[in-house]
Design a protein around this ligand. Sequence first.
Ligand code: ATP
Ligand code: MG
Length: 242
Amino acid sequence: MTNIRVRSQESGVRRDELIRCEGVWKIYNEGRPHEVQALADVSLEIKKGSFTILNGPSGSGKTTLLALLGTMDRPSRGGIFMKGKDITGFSDTALSTLRRDSIGFVFQNFNLIPRLSAWENVSTPLIPAGVSEKGRRDRAMVLLEKLGLADRASHAPEELSGGEQQRVAIARALINNPEIIILDEPTSNIDAEATDILIDILKNLKSDSKTLLVSTHDQVLRPHADTVFELKRGRLAGITHD
Ligand SMILES: Nc1ncnc2c1ncn2[C@@H]1O[C@H](COP(=O)(O)OP(=O)(O)OP(=O)(O)O)[C@@H](O)[C@H]1O
Ligand SMILES: [Mg+2]
């Protein structure tokens, strides 16, 4: 990985700094007729073990920024640093290794595989590592039990409620024991009761020292966050610390 640029002041990186972005722009279809400036000059820092919210109206760039911070996409300009290392020069393989080992992503629509049971969905990230079926099942069951879904382990996604599907997606995001959990609009497809369960899960993850990064445009998660970044038309328009 010789193409990795290490931040010139790496020795000065604060020990609690986990992710930082500096002057990040994302322009979709750059130079083409349907060009969209989704992020403009965003600089922010996410602390290890913190609960951070990205807030902002529809189209303000929340999902785009989560994808960049979660290494699923690359910025058009600017730097993204993980523990002081500039990851924008990482190869696709190095980025996917970093993502597999460090980041769990819970998509807005959960992205479960319809023909697989709950435990099989949870265990899919273990397949590339060659973990046996029994090993995968055992590890998936531990998480499903923790999330109150042991009795739904053999159910297909279509047999589960929205909140249950979300918990399966959370279990899948946790299976490789990542340091960072990213959730995109986690309250948008679940009811009030499932939202209370979600809040408990997020609190437990925080007390397990996980770093939580959540996009939302409703206010219900806000009292639980350490930091709220407000996005407006792709720009960072405000920062609130707890
Ligand atoms: N793949 C893409 N190609 C082109 N434009 C895109 C793409 N993805 C997002 N955009 C545009 O970028 C802008 C930011 O989109 P993004 O999905 O990040 O917003 P958001 O804040 O997550 O919105 P929402 O609250 O509706 O989920 C929007 O104008 C959107 O239309
Ligand atoms: Mg979005």
